[in-house]
Design a protein around this ligand. Structure first.
Ligand code: AMP
Ligand code: MG
Length: 322
C-alpha cells in the first residue's frame, strides 16, 4: 500500500510518499516571511505558487499510478494555508481516482514519531510553532494532558529571536546563542496544573535585552526555563499514567538541549526516551502520508463533502482503531 500525503498547515508546503516500510519520497518548499511572523494569506499564496513544482518533483520519483490514497492535513492550522493543501489533495484524489483521507496534523506528528523510533505507548511532548502539548493514549483516543495556555513554544522563541533581529525561524539561532550562555537569569516559570504559558518569558526576555544583559545569557535562561516547564509536565504525565516511554516531536524537538533534558528525566525514572530524525520532527508530508496509510488500513476515508478544513481540529476528536 502506498500513500501520498500533503502538509500545508503553516510554513511548509510538503508532499511525502510512504509505503508501510519506508518513506519513498519527501519534497517541500518552505515559506519564509519577508518580515515578522508567518502571515496566513502570504503563506497560502506561497503554497499555491509552489504546489505544482513540489508535486512534479515527487512524480519524478514515484509513478502516480502506484499511489493508493491521497491524504492531507485537515487541521489544526491556518485556514488559508489548509485550504490550499485540501484543494490540491481533492484534485489529485479525483484525478487518480483514489480515496481521500483528511488527517489530524498533531496525530500525524505522534504517529510518524512512533513509526520511526519504535516507541509503543509513549507520553508525547509535541512542541512546534503553534502548538505545545503533552499527549498520551487512553482508551481509543489520544488525549491532551497538558498544553500551552497562550502561544506555542516555537512561536515564543521566534518572537524573541525577531526582537533581537535574528532571521526566521529563530529556533536554531537561539539554540546557538544559548550554547554560549554563562549565567542563568531568573525568568517567569509558569506551570498551572498541567498547563504552561510562555508569553511571560518572551516579555521578560525582551526587557532584559533592553536593559543590556548579555544576549547569550538571555537565550540560555529562556531555554532553560521554558524547557524545564515542558519537562516537568511531561514527567508528571508519565508518573500519573504509569507510562515508561517519552517521545519528542515537532520542530522545536530538533533542539539538542531539550532532547538532553528529557533524556536525563527519563534516565532518572528508568524510562526510555525517543526522538525521530530531525527531518521528520517539523511539519512534513511524510507524517501525513503515513497517518493516512494507517487510517486507510483501518477503513477510514473522507468523503469529498466532509473534506472541509478544520483550523481548530483537536487530536481528541479522532478515534484510533489501531
Ligand atoms: P513545526 O511547526 O513543527 O514545523 O516547528 C517549527 C518551529 O520549530 C519554529 O518555531 C522553529 O523556530 C522551531 N525550531 C526549529 N529548530 C529549532 C531548534 N533547534 N531549537 C528550537 N526551536 C526550533
Ligand atoms: Mg506541526
Amino acid at each position: 500500500m502506498i500513500s501520498l500525503g500533503i502538509e500545508s498547515t503553516a510554513w511548509n508546503f510538503s508532499v511525502g510518499v510512504v509505503s508501510e516500510d519506508e518513506v519513498i519520497a519527501l519534497e517541500g518548499d518552505a515559506y519564509i516571511p519577508r518580515e515578522g511572523g508567518i502571515h496566513p494569506r502570504e503563506a497560502a499564496q506561497h503554497h499555491s505558487e509552489v504546489a505544482g513544482k513540489v508535486l512534479a518533483r515527487i512524480f519524478e520519483k514515484v509513478n502516480p499510478g502506484e499511489i493508493d490514497a491521497v491524504s492531507f492535513s485537515q487541521g489544526p492550522g491556518m485556514g488559508p494555508c489548509l485550504r490550499i493543501g485540501a484543494t490540491v489533495a481533492r484534485t489529485l484524489a479525483l484525478k487518480l481516482d483514489k480515496p481521500l483521507i483528511g488527517v489530524n496534523h498533531c496525530l500525524a506528528h505522534v504517529e510518524i514519531g512512533r513509526w520511526l523510533t519504535g516507541a509503543e505507548d509513549p507520553v508525547t511532548l509535541y512542541v512546534s510553532g503553534g502548538n505545545s502539548q503533552v499527549i498520551a493514549r487512553r482508551g481509543g483516543r489520544y488525549r491532551v494532558f497538558g498544553e500551552t495556555l497562550d502561544i506555542g513554544i516555537g512561536n515564543a522563541i521566534d518572537k524573541f529571536a525577531r526582537y533581537i533581529s535574528l532571521p526566521h525561524p529563530g529556533g536554531p539561532e537561539v539554540e546557538r546563542l544559548a550554547e554560549r550562555g554563562e549565567r542563568y537569569i531568573e525568568m517567569p516559570y509558569v506551570v498551572k496544573g498541567m498547563d504552561f504559558s510562555f508569553s511571560g518569558i518572551v516579555t521578560h526576555a525582551m526587557k532584559l535585552c533592553d536593559e543590556g544583559y548579555r544576549i547569550e545569557d538571555i537565550a540560555f535562561s529562556f531555554q532553560e526555563t521554558a524547557f524545564a516547564m515542558l519537562v516537568e509536565v511531561t514527567e508528571r504525565a508519565m508518573a500519573y499514567l504509569g507510562k515508561e516511554e517519552c517521545l519528542l516531536v515537532g520542530g522545536v524537538g530538533a533542539n539538542s538541549r531539550l532532547q538532553e533534558m528529557l533524556g536525563l528525566m527519563c534516565t532518572d525514572r528508568n524510562a526510555e526516551f525517543f526522538a525521530p530524525p530531525k527531518r521528520y520532527m517539523g511539519d512534513n508530508g511524510a507524517m501525513i502520508a503515513y497517518t493516512g496509510l494507517l487510517m486507510m488500513k483501518h477503513g477510514i476515508r473522507t468523503e469529498l463533502s466532509e473534506s472541509y478544513v478544520k483550523p481548530d481540529f483537536r487530536i481528541e476528536e479522532v478515534e484510533i482503531p489501531w
